[in-house]
Design a binder for this molecule. Structure first.
Ligand SMILES: Nc1ncnc2c1ncn2[C@@H]1O[C@H](COP(=O)(O)OP(=O)(O)O)[C@@H](O)[C@H]1O
Ligand SMILES: [Mg+2]
Length: 276
C-alpha cells in the first residue's frame, strides 16, 4: 500500500481543474445525431470538456451511450452535428495524423508479421521505413514482444496481439492515444497486466490518453480523471479527479480512496441499469 494516499475523508471528488489552454483536446458544444432512413438517432447531447496535455483521461458509460461515437468524432472519422473539437489548438475536420487509435480487437493483418503490422501506419503514410524500424522494434521490446517480430498474428495470444496493436498506434509517435475498450476481449489476468503496462507506457512516453472502458475499477486504476456518461443520448453525468499517486500498483485497489471512488461512480448506474 502506498503511504502517500490521502484519507478518504479528504477525497476531492468532483473535478475543478481549469480548462482552456490550447494544448490537449477541447470539445465545445459537440453533439452527434445520426441521420438514418428510419429517422434521426440522437447519440450525444452537447458536450463541453477539456483533456489536458499528458493527461490519462478515461470515459465510462452504459452501452450505446455514444462512447465510440465520441472517439470517432475526436479522431476526425466522423463529423459532429454541432459544436467544435480542437486537438492541440487545431480544429478537427478530417482524420488527422496527431492520434493513434486502438480498437477493441487488435485488428492485425493476418498476412503481415508482427513487425509488419506495427509498421503499417508508416507504410500507409509513406514515411521512410528505415527511420522508423528501430522505433517499432523498441516499442515491441517495451511491451515484452522482443523476439516475436517475425511471427504471424495467429502465433500470438490475444493479449500479445493487443500489445502489438498498441505498438502500431504508437509507432508514428502520435501525441495522443485514443483507445476504445482496448482490453474488452482479454481475460482478467491479461487485462490487469495490460493495465499496468499501459500506465507505464503512458508515463514513459508522456502521451495524452483518452481511454473508453465499461470497467469502473479499470477506469479509476488508470485515470487522472474519469468522465461518467449518462445513457443515450450521452451527456456528462460527472467528472472525477482520481487523487491516487503514480505509479500505481494493483495494491491501490484495496485503498479506501480507490474503493470509495469506484462506489461513487457505480451509483450513477444504479438508476440507469447496468454497464455493458
Ligand atoms: N452509424 C450509425 N448509424 C445510426 N446509429 C448509430 C450509428 N452508430 C452508432 N449509432 C447509435 O448511436 C448510439 C451510440 O453508439 P456508440 O457510440 O457505438 O455507443 P457506445 O460505444 O457507447 O456503446 C447507439 O444507440 C447506436 O445504436
Ligand atoms: Mg462502443
Amino acid at each position: 500500500m502506498n503511504e502517500a494516499v490521502q484519507p478518504a475523508a479528504h477525497l476531492r471528488l468532483v473535478s475543478d481543474r481549469a480548462a482552456g489552454d490550447a494544448s490537449g483536446i477541447k470539445l465545445s458544444g459537440v453533439s452527434k445525431t445520426y441521420r438514418t432512413r428510419d429517422g434521426d438517432v440522437p447519440s450525444l447531447r452537447p458536450l463541453d470538456f477539456h483533456i489536458n496535455d499528458g493527461e490519462f483521461f478515461v470515459v465510462v458509460g452504459p452501452s450505446g451511450c455514444g462512447k465510440s461515437t465520441l472517439l470517432k468524432l475526436i479522431s476526425g472519422l466522423l463529423a459532429p452535428t454541432t459544436g467544435e473539437i480542437l486537438v492541440e489548438g487545431q480544429k478537427v475536420t478530417t482524420p488527422h495524423g496527431n492520434v493513434g487509435i486502438v480498437f477493441q480487437n487488435a485488428l492485425l493483418l493476418p498476412w503481415r508479421n508482427i513487425l509488419g503490422n506495427v509498421m503499417l501506419p508508416i507504410d500507409m503514410k509513406r514515411l521512410p521505413r528505415q527511420d522508423y524500424l528501430d522505433r517499432a522494434k523498441s516499442l515491441l521490446k517495451l511491451v515484452g514482444l522482443e523476439g516475436f517480430e517475425k511471427k504471424l498474428p495467429w502465433q500470438l495470444s490475444g493479449g500479445m496481439q493487443q500489445r502489438a496493436s498498441i505498438c502500431r498506434a504508437l509507432v508514428h509517435d502520435p501525441r495522443i492515444m485514443l483507445m476504445d475498450e482496448p482490453f474488452g476481449a482479454l481475460d482478467a489476468l491479461t487485462r490487469e497486466r495490460m493495465n499496468i503496462e499501459l500506465m507505464r507506457i503512458q508515463r514513459e512516453t508522456k502521451k495524452t490518453v483518452l481511454l473508453i472502458t465499461h470497467s469502473i475499477p479499470e477506469a479509476v486504476f488508470l485515470a487522472d480523471r474519469v468522465l461518467v456518461m449518462t445513457e443515450r443520448p450521452g451527456a456528462i453525468a460527472a467528472i472525477y479527479d482520481v487523487p491516487l499517486p503514480r505509479l500505481r500498483s494493483l495494491d491501490v485497489m484495496a485503498d479506501p480512496v480507490f474503493t470509495e471512488l469506484v462506489q461513487r461512480i457505480r451509483k450513477h448506474f444504479f438508476s440507469q441499469g447496468a454497464l455493458d
